[in-house]
Ligand binder design. Sequence first.
Ligand code: ATP
Ligand code: MG
Length: 534
Amino acid sequence: MRAGVVVWAEGTTVRFRIAGGFRAERGMLLKVEDRGRRFILRVYDFRPESLLSQAEVAMLSSRAQRGERVELYEKELRLYDTALATIVAQVDEDGAAHGPTSVPPLFAPVETLERGDLDALKLDTGDLPLGVVRVGHRPGDVEVSLDGARVIPHHVLVAGSTGAGKSNLGRVLAASVLHSGRYSIVVFDCESEYLTGGGPGSMGLAHLPYSEERLFLVSNRASRPGRLRVRVSVDGVAVERSILAHPLKMSLTRLKPWDFAMTGEFTGPQEELLWMAYKTFGDEWVSTLLGMDGRGLYQRLGRMSSVNTINVTRRKLRRLVGDGEVFCEDCDYDLAGAVLSMAAKGRVIVVETPFASEGEEKLLATVIAGRLFRAYEKMRKELPEKWGELPPVLVMVEEAHRYLSKTALSSPGEVRENIFSIIAKRGRKYKVGGLYITQMPGELMETIIRQALTKIVLPLPTRPDYEKVIGYSPYLDEAEQEIKTLDRGEALVVSPPSGLRFAVPIKVYRFEDYARRLIALEEEAVVRASASGG
Ligand SMILES: Nc1ncnc2c1ncn2[C@@H]1O[C@H](COP(=O)(O)OP(=O)(O)OP(=O)(O)O)[C@@H](O)[C@H]1O
Ligand SMILES: [Mg+2]
């Protein structure tokens, strides 16, 4: 379908006159064909073209205001709408798509995309589907997916305001990982949205048949490690799944000083104190630090640390460890070890923390992410062949600004590291990636935004937030207007590791629709497997 005619082309920008009757929309993908080459364009703004004199505008507008008919002599020639578009890709005669190396000629026709054009862009060659390509606000029929093996180690940033659809996207991605079976993902789920869905009518990972094999739930729904029966309803039919689960409990004695240091909350002298206590009191070091009074500790530690440092450190420790609900003194659970062994098998690990305090949540996420990172790092250094067999693991943090903001990572005069900033900087080498979800990307450290090569931008209307994301990402330069006007569940995806080298407009699957499709596929596969197994 004809969308218009090119009236200007310069650099990577094309301006075209919009054909009468055609409705161009921001974010729309279009094409220009010229001598075997196809230029794929993305509309980013509009500009009326007017050759009317000021006197004419004044006269005509005043007539219009009085309700009189406005007739314009040679209107077609003197007043028309144009759209501005960026050339996102060039498809050569051999079908290969790459960045633009030339521009389309003036007066070449601009047309809507057909299936073949979208196929040439190779949006669906990955193994982790997210949704479908979007034409304006309408979903198209080509799937958009990420290539897990390449995307995971290079981190993913998901940004969107409240209610933009971040958790829905998180569930879609977790379901894609679960379905593929090739990767691991650890989800810290503070709202209990992932297992069975967030509310009436919504669905979760337990709805998928493969959850029996590939889901590992850490939750107080489980009273001891083992299989847990989870009841879900698939379109009115009750189904019971047997899910591998572990209580949300971890023995205090298994915590080491570096688990606390990796939260980034302790200063140099405070960290020294943690190590001193560990050397002096052994496995009971945390409970001793918390149980004994400041003066007594000062004596026991040979007066090597000031009473003030001791008291401040104890306060921080107490906040992180909480009241014993998660980090318990009289249990022997090695939760981080259990998560690690599941991650090594390519599982989706959901850690439900609806009642944990902010401190407990932070320590838990730090301990688990730290254990994964160190194990993968050690394996790569000591047993590279075994490391080669480990699935890439993605650690998902919602509210990432809480861990990775400038204020969280620095105090006067020093920049601190925590496990998530370390993963962002060094995880790539070891196949450990971060999935950072935030509604306030403006607060994040620039390095985090830059290191996350895959970016999924949901509606984000606030200037400091979208400016930060645009400023540190390739291919988003002209996307400001669109990011501001996206609807919930609509996104722009940029993922050079997946070969998506322009801002791809997508409609993220609604989790429930996507889950229904996966359920059908997985049920069929389960039936086939049991038939061939005898
Ligand atoms: N891709 C989508 N298609 C259809 N509906 C969606 C989509 N994404 C989200 N929604 C709906 O929008 C609502 C909000 O989604 P979601 O909870 O994922 O947002 P959020 O960004 O996580 O919000 P919050 O900031 O409150 O955590 C939900 O009711 C969800 O069903
Ligand atoms: Mg959410």
